[in-house]
Design a protein around this ligand. Structure first.
Ligand code: PTJ
Length: 272
């Protein structure tokens, strides 16, 4: 029998009702499961996502004021960069492929595939996914590979024309080792990570504590808006930014929110 939502998109599994209270979150999971079947995502990416969901609950599944500030600073760094690169892994390609391509075109920046669980099949599938989303150039797959010094994971293999010679790298759902190594190479690293305590968050030049599904579209619109700014205004924006303070603000935000929620459940606070 047809339900009232039968004309709606029930997700790729066909079982997510249009009025499900966690519909958006479930549809994101479906995208990831589909990407796993298409060799874009690694199985480990599902675990990483679950970790992120937990932190997303803690910040209220919304882009916080401090994340908006980080997004603005990131837009300025990307627009000021001489050789900006967006590093793409399986989760990013699964969740925001079109937005990544638009962002790369708008800055303009290069797109490079870089994987922790690297294999030829996944590299090719991710490249094709980005090409279907409109990318004309995708580095990191068949181009000349060099290695990041002092890094031993598969992430050390990067394109000579891309990440290796970049000055600003945007990445997400990353491991701390490469972030640290990139910073040691003198690069500015912008990371998107829901966990403010991850090593990537701590080592980055700018951390955007937000979900990639919200942060990348917001970064795209900020880049479009700030493209008309003069150089001095862009430089001034990031002058007093301190990422350790940014992390401290994120932690205070979470702790105050949890305290307020706890009071709410005890019947003492106002509703959140
Ligand atoms: O595609 P590959 O082979 O490069 O592998 C990528 C994964 C994600 C498997 C790998 O980098 C990994 O294991 O990552 P971690 O160490 O689990 O770190 C992922 C971080 O991203 C965690 O701090 C999560 O909280 C955070 N995270 C998860 N989902 C999101 C997120 N941050 C922003 N947006 C999300 N949707």
């Amino acid at each position: 029998m047809d339900s009232p939502q039968s004309s709606e998109n029930w997700g790729s599994s066909g079982i997510i009702p249009a009025n499900h209270p966690r519909r958006e979150s479930l549809l994101i999971r479906e995208k990831l499961v589909e990407a796993l079947r298409e060799n874009i995502l690694t199985e480990h990416g599902l675990i990483a996502h679950g970790r992120g969901e937990c932190f997303d609950y803690l910040i209220g599944e919304t882009t916080t004021p401090f994340a908006k500030r980080s997004i603005e600073i990131s837009a300025s760094l990307l627009l000021l960069a001489k050789r900006p690169v967006i590093s793409v892994n399986g989760n990013m390609a699964a969740l925001v492929p079109e937005e990544l391509v638009k962002l790369a075109n708008e800055i303009p920046a290069k797109l490079e595939v870089n994987l922790f669980y690297r294999n030829e099949k996944r590299l090719k599938s991710i490249k094709e996914k980005l090409q279907r989303a409109g990318a004309t150039e995708v580095l990191g797959v068949e181009d000349e590979q060099v290695t990041i010094p002092e890094l031993f994971s598969e992430r050390r293999r990067v394109s000579k024309e891309g990440i290796f010679s970049s000055d600003v790298v945007l990445l997400a759902l990353e491991d701390g080792d490469r972030t640290e190594a990139l910073v040691k190479m003198g690069k500015k690293v912008i990371s998107i990570d829901l966990n403010p305590l991850s090593r990537t968050s701590i080592f980055s030049t700018v951390t955007i504590v937000d979900n990639v599904t919200r942060a990348i579209p917001l970064l795209l619109s900020k880049v479009k808006e700030m493209k008309t700014w003069d150089r001095e205004s862009l430089v001034n924006l990031s002058k007093n930014f301190n990422n350790r303070e940014n992390i401290a603000i994120a932690l205070s935000y979470i702790s105050e929110r949890i305290t307020a929620l706890s009071a709410d459940f005890k019947g003492k606070g106002k509703s959140i």
